[in-house]
Design a protein around this ligand. Structure first.
Ligand SMILES: C[S@@+](CC[C@H](N)C(=O)[O-])C[C@H]1O[C@@H](n2cnc3c(N)ncnc32)[C@H](O)[C@@H]1O
Length: 201
């Protein structure tokens, strides 16, 4: 089906670029589902650098990967994604095949704090950092949720930031199910423009 959920759309884009052995970043580890997706798609030999500000999120992510037999693929960083550039090993900068942002709060279960949400300032700083570490043929995927406090504002900030990217250097695609009931979920895919048609294309 062409009209999929926003997260499925983002994952289809990622699946197109990911290869075994790739280095990737999950900028919002949360429950670890995106990390697991990245780890599976880049096995064997791939490494996923995961960021989260909540110890509970990193614990859940580590445990999910361990249950899938992929614990060795994850590097867990207990800090905000806005520190991505300083935390990633220098030798992977410019070689990161994909950076995934699944914004908002940590859903489900005790131990997490749903009041800890991603915020426009740090999200935009992290997006700029993601651009800087991305491989020439890499992809940044961002999924924005608008139903929680601050979500609409964050989605608007991401939209403005994406729309402001230089068309000669970047392509930013936006995807949303326009008739979805309830709060909008928006996916963005960002790629370098090199190798693509310029002008209108
Ligand atoms: C929607 S959840 C992520 C879902 C996750 N990718 C998954 O597959 O389950 C958003 C996560 O972002 C985390 N977060 C909030 N601010 C952050 C920041 N500045 N840097 C990194 N993670 C942050 C939250 O703690 C929460 O776990």
């Amino acid at each position: 089906m062409l009209a999929t959920a926003a997260l499925t759309f983002a994952q289809s884009g990622l699946a197109r670029v990911l290869r075994p052995g790739d280095v990737t970043v999950d900028a919002t580890a949360g429950n670890g589902h995106d990390t697991l997706f990245l780890a599976r798609r880049t096995a064997p030999g791939g490494v996923v650098h995961c960021f989260d500000v909540q110890a509970e999120a990193l614990a859940r992510t580590g445990s999910l990967l361990a249950r899938a037999g992929l614990a060795d693929a994850a590097r867990l960083h207990a800090c905000g994604h806005e520190r991505l550039r300083e935390v990633l090993p220098a030798d992977v900068c410019g070689r990161v095949r994909a950076v995934v942002f699944n914004l908002g709060f940590l859903p489900g279960g005790p131990g997490g704090d749903a009041a800890v949400v991603t915020r426009p300032e740090t999200t935009l700083a992290a997006l700029a950092a993601a651009q800087a570490v991305l491989a020439p043929d890499g992809l940044v995927a961002v999924v924005c949720y608008t139903g929680h406090a601050g979500g609409l504002e964050e989605a608007a900030a991401v939209a403005t930031w994406c729309a402001g990217l230089d068309f000669a250097a970047w392509r930013a695609a936006r995807y949303e199910l326009a008739n979805k009931p309830g709060d909008a979920i928006i996916a963005w895919l960002l790629e370098r423009a090199a190798g693509k048609k310029t002008a209108t294309g």
